[in-house]
Design a protein around this ligand. Sequence first.
Ligand code: ADP
Ligand code: MG
Length: 485
Amino acid sequence: MDKNTLWKSVLGELELTISKPNFTTWFKGTYIISYEGDRVVIGVPNTFTKAWLEKKFRKVIYDIFQKITQNNVRVIEYKVETRRQGENKPVQHHGTEQQHQTYPAQNMADMGSPAMPHSQPISPLTERRTNAPTAHASDIPKELDAFQLNSKYIFDSYIVGKCNELANAAAKAVAQNPGTTYNPLFIYGDVGLGKTHLLQAVGNHIRMERPNTRILYVSCEKFTNDFIRAIATKNLNNFKKMYRTVDVLLMDDVQFLAGKESTQEEFFHTFNELHQNNRQLVVTSDRPPKAIPALESRLLSRFEWGMIADISTLDLETRLAIVTSKCHSKGMSLTPECIDYISRTIHNNVRELEGALNRIHAYTQLHSTDLSLEDIKSVLSTIGTVQKRDAVSVPVILRTISEYFNITEEELLGKSREKRLVYPRQLSMYLLREEMRSSYPSIGKELGGRDHTTAMHACQKIEKLSKENEAITNDINLIKKKLYA
Ligand code: ADP
Ligand code: MG
């Protein structure tokens, strides 16, 4: 098998194993540089992708290679290198080509073929700034300049866990190399999960590193209002000048473009103008591009050009880390028991966690004593979401899983090793561990008196599979939704 055919087969398999955004994000512009003996060298567009493939996809890729080559491939290496369409020669990484008009569609054929043009770094923003000394942040009207960035929203204060590591890594990559790495970067996730925080962190980082960069953070609503006002006051030229000459456009909540035809069109042209000039775009949304209703297909395809990163349901570990960190920054010292209780009780989003901590903080100020677990419980009981969360217990988890898989609880806890029962059983053990922090012996006991090693094995297995298999992640998320609904 020649190397191109081989890579196409590998990508074909990969596409079935991982989610579409993940697939497009990580495998666009990759190809096999060489395939000799048992060694394959894969070309990737940048160091960020290299690190990610090595860290996150090593095993999946290895297994697929093994399968396709009947165990012939044993060594897989990654090298930062891209080549242009139709060429075999690698492209230098300091090029200044401008090739933006011809983005190929992102289908399988393209995935296997040489790098997309926009994966090549082109004229970094810094260079442009030194060439254009007249352009300064102060050129932007006050209301539109970077001072709108909240200095609180920085990478240092953003806690990274399983649920947001992709979005965080992508945002950092963009902040370090605006206009070159991923353009646009599209971040989506439910409300209160830190999209605005990340978006502004990108802006704050760039502002620190490249003070002359013109950064514009704007909510989609403000963009819409500005546009409408510009039409009404016949000031469209000024509007265009403002929005189309920035170096970095950070647009929050683009889902509000839904159904707004002329605003979408204006944004489309803004997007093109900026993108063609290698200006960085980062947008956030509460849903993936495809799920935004009435979004023009040409805009949809623009959003899908770059990188799409999601922030998923908060896992307990991340919640614990967030609570610990926020307590620390408020100068509050709570016992691990209290921190644990808060993190399990408030699970929806970080905004709610912050709200709860603010209440607790106010309470400590008032009473100036160390809070006991009972105090925390009574403070939190005034918050609506809490009662529901308290209801989640071992029996509730087991019942929810039985219902989800349409099996009886007897079957779930029983001895049968039928496939349709084994997976739900392992998932139960995993969720007891994740959501209740139960010990392995007690998990084994709850699941029909099994050994603690069985429980440990099950948890590890699901943990591992969930990283590779989208269907499993999906099951976990849906079950969690049911648990907390
Ligand atoms: P979204 O824009 O997704 O609705 P925000 O970015 O406004 O959410 O986040 C809500 C609040 O939670 C903000 O105060 C933000 O700083 C905080 N927050 C969200 N995610 C994190 C995180 N991972 N680490 C620390 N704080 C976070
Ligand atoms: Mg927001």
